[in-house]
Design a protein around this ligand. Sequence first.
Ligand code: BEZ
Length: 222
Amino acid sequence: MATEQKVGLRLGYKAPNFKANTTQGEIDFYDFIGDSWVILFSHPADFTPVCTTELAEAARLAPEFQKRGVKQIGLSCNELGSHEKWVQDINQFGNVNLSFPIIADPTREIAKLYDMLDEQDLTNLDEKGIPFTVRTVYVIDPKKTVRLSLQYPASTGRQFNEILRCIDSLQLTDREKVATPQGWTPGQPLIVHNSLKTDAAKEHFKGKEVKEVFPYLRFVNL
Ligand code: BEZ
């Protein structure tokens, strides 16, 4: 079912600040970000099966996010007490110790601010018929800019390794004049950024082989 189009939080927009209650106390989001990267991700509801598998995987991968200087923070429209009880199930299911905060947003104030509410799934509603959140992900950089967003429906669990892969791409392409091809993983050939002509690329990546397939498609290994 299509609904009226709204402008959401696009890539390059400044992530809006908010104050929130979380499983680790009250936070000011900008203070939480500090000088780090952040992944802010919502799930539809506590004590639901797909969400339990997702949060367990996010907890299992916490060291991978930390290695990249990325703080994790979850969100749903449930109350704090519900989050606290549900975390015990997540830890039991995944044999993990979930260590990142989960925001309690029962008024949906933050979900609205971050365009996370489900406008299309008539099963993803609370008992009053008010939409829950979808599976939204924002990757926010230390300047508080939205660098990546994903939205999955309630029925489809996310792949958190894909989010790590995107973070690797974002952090690498911030440092180097490259882009990453489809399915790229660290260590694989990179694409020379199209702002560099091939001769300039050979100069820029001195000592590395720049392979030209077409004038617009050049590979380099860094
Ligand atoms: C789940 O996590 O399994 C789920 C949550 C809300 C709607 C559908 C599925």
